[in-house]
Design a protein around this ligand. Structure first.
Ligand code: K7E
Ligand code: CUA
Length: 659
């Protein structure tokens, strides 16, 4: 054993305790070792703390988050990628980015949308014939069983071009994108019912249903909102469009939704803004939309009995609009499945408590969260007790008779998540804090600053029937001075907060420079059981079946058929076979390529110059690529993942002979 040059404190905790002591002024050893000129002279903890100007709380935060090589995180956070249209998978507490999952946007590393069958998923929903390759993604939601995350799927929405995507957590790949022209924009999505029977998607900006035209002057009469219930088949892992349905809603701006659970199972709640039905007209002598939309003291919390709605659909009391079975507003009223409860001015956020008894709504222009009582609401609806009707005939329930009370939070409360000790955590945008408050007495117990202007927040399993406490991430809209400047467009700032103890403490700042994520979900790492390789080789990741054109070693071939030239190709360290492909100018080329390897992480890529083709070939994966060789020439193709010592030699030629 080599001798250490000088004696050391043997245990890490001992070392840290010593360092913290020293840094706190108890003892100031090793001054001479202090780093000079930016180096780490000395290298012990005390010197490092002094050299880097770290206080005890910084070291404690580092100890709570630092995750040594080879150690895995306790939680995964799946953050919406916002404008990026992808999902960002982050390890917690290390806040290391583990993966980007292409969803609504082509993703070059995964080869998502660059030539293989994944393009069919990406491009499944066109809007007015237009291909959409970005999204305004807001709210991811894990699939649930009994109101708890089951680790099987995650759903995400696109606010701008109403779409919902299904991502399979066995391989972290997008399997399906659906969308309906019933609505023209959305926001209250995605939220799942406690057993993932349905994925809820709610419109935001009212428009005539079905994507038709109506003059804006006919806003009140012809513009509408709607809530779509996408039926999810858990066995198949797909949304079944034909079994989905929608409920027509008045032309308010429906905002955030959440599904009831336990005692409120069968219900879905959605806050709304702009019950004034303002639609702008600045140049036409009308007030701007935002001032028109903030006149009323109260907007409406929408309470919808989706199980009742399901029965109404079964009874055939729907009208099909843009291919979607829709319960018309009058039917929803007649069938007693929709009611409103007033909610204070311009609300935002709508979060059902873990026990399902209450719904917490923030008030952007109010200083409270309002805590609604799910059972009181249900009882009033069952008794058909209302205090009035909105202009469309929807019953309005008594406000005082529908709430537990209010919590005085601060300026601009938005979203609320929960822990395992009966506390709620609300993001407060204007005051830029997280407020921790007790669900028992509706009193704030602590506020912690965020940097800056927090939007959503996510807690460990904080949206389930059994939250974990432990960690919370504040998703801040502004970063200002937190990071080295990068020009006028700044990253978002994710701040990891320890909520495991009696007081919240800030642990870590993570810049997220991709889009505005809005929301995220945090799941226990051991709930996910992702596969290592596609097994057996030849799996189409979309169907999870061995593809009919999967290629085995030794069975590679090239055949000219009626529909073009078919190439059955294998990839294995370190060659493609065939490595010379001869076609004629104008030929349609069908490339069937299988990575026949089964070794973990033995990924190849296949890129062809001039064709915008770039696929990822994880072990066992099969890709079908179709393109037209429209220009004569010599096109090298090669492997794009450094897979072996002879990776650079893993190449070949596509020879397109002139006609
Ligand atoms: Cu508050 Cu879209 Cu959920 Cu943004 S929304 S913050
Ligand atoms: Cu295969 Cu590089």
């Amino acid at each position: 054993m080599p001798l250490h040059p000088r004696s050391r404190v043997s245990s890490v905790s001992g070392l840290i305790a010593l360092a913290v002591l020293a840094a706190c002024g108890g003892r100031n050893g090793n001054q001479a070792n202090q780093a000079a000129g930016g180096g780490w002279a000395g290298g012990d903890v005390v010197s490092l703390m002094q050299a880097r100007g770290l206080a005890e709380k910084d070291v404690v935060a580092a100890l709570k988050t630092y995750t040594p090589t080879g150690k895995h995180d306790e939680y995964y956070t799946f953050a919406s990628g916002g404008h990026g249209g992808n999902l960002i998978v982050i390890g917690v507490p290390s806040m290391r980015i583990l993966k980007y999952v292409g969803v609504f946007t082509p993703e070059p590393w995964q080869g998502y949308g660059y030539g293989d069958q994944s393009g069919d998923v990406l491009r499944a929903v066109k809007k007015g014939g237009n291909e959409i390759t970005w999204a305004d993604m807001h709210h991811p939601a894990f699939s649930e069983t009994g109101g708890d995350y089951d680790g099987k799927y995650i759903f995400v929405n696109d606010k701008c071009n109403p779409r919902v995507a299904v991502v399979d957590l066995s391989d972290f790949c997008t399997k399906q994108i659906v969308g309906s022209d019933l609505i023209a924009s959305e926001h209250g999505a995605t939220f799942v019912t406690p057993d993932t029977d349905y994925v809820v998607e709610t419109s935001q900006y009212p428009a005539p249903l079905g994507g038709v035209y109506a003059p804006i002057e006919e806003f009140d009469a012809r513009y509408r909102g709607a809530m779509i219930f996408w039926k999810f088949d858990k066995q198949k892992g797909r949304i079944v469009e034909a079994e989905s349905f929608a409920i027509e809603l008045p032309p308010y701006m429906q905002d955030l939704a959440d599904c009831g659970k336990k005692v409120s199972d069968g219900w879905v709640y959605c806050n709304s803004i702009n019950t004034e039905r303002a639609y702008g007209g600045i140049l036409e002598g009308k007030p701007p939309l935002e001032s028109g939309a903030t006149q009323n003291d109260m907007d409406y919390l929408h309470c919808i009995h989706w199980r009742q709605a399901e029965a109404v659909v079964k009874a055939g009391k729907t009208e099909t609009i843009a291919g979607m079975r829709t319960i018309r507003l009058q039917t929803a009223i007649d069938e007693n499945l929709l009611a409103f409860v007033p909610q204070p001015k311009s609300p935002h956020g709508c979060d059902v408590t873990p026990d399902g008894t209450a719904i917490v709504v923030g008030g952007k222009l109010d200083t409270h969260t309002t805590v609604y009582d799910a059972l009181k609401i249900a009882a009033q609806m069952a008794a058909k007790k209302s205090v009035g009707k909105d202009p469309y005939g929807v019953p309005i329930l008594d406000y005082q008779g529908s709430i537990f009370g209010q919590c005085e939070i601060g300026l601009g409360p938005l979203h609320t998540v929960f822990d395992d000790k009966g506390f709620a955590y609300t993001s407060v945008f204007i005051e830029t804090v997280v407020a921790k408050w007790s669900l028992k007495d509706l009193k704030v117990v602590q506020k912690i600053d965020t940097h800056f202007n927090i939007g959503h927040l996510v807690a460990a399993e904080g949206d389930t029937v059994s939250p974990d406490g432990r960690y919370l991430i504040a998703m801040n809209k502004w970063a200002l001075d937190r990071f080295a400047p990068v020009g006028p467009l700044l990253p978002q700032n994710f701040q990891l907060i320890d909520i495991g103890g009696p007081t919240m403490t800030l642990l870590y700042d993570m810049p997220l420079p991709l889009g505005e994520p809005h929301n995220a979900q945090m799941i226990k790492a051991d709930k996910l059981k992702p596969i290592d390789v596609y097994k057996p080789a030849g799996i189409d990741p979309i169907t999870h079946q061995v593809d009919k054109d999967a290629v085995e070693l030794g069975k590679e071939r090239i055949e000219r058929k009626n529909d073009g030239v078919h190439v059955w190709m294998t990839a294995v360290r370190s060659h493609f076979s065939p490595d010379i492909v001869r076609v004629k100018e104008g030929d349609v080329v069908h490339l069937h390529v299988t990575n026949v390897e089964q070794a973990h992480d033995a990924t190849h890529g296949l890129a062809i110059g001039g064709q915008n083709i770039n696929v990822s070939l994880e072990p066992g994966k099969h890709c079908n690529i179709v393109f037209t060789a429209n220009k004569a020439g010599v096109y090298p193709f090669y492997c794009t993942e450094f897979c072996s010592a002879l990776h650079l030699e893993m190449a070949g030629y596509l020879l397109v002979e002139p006609k």
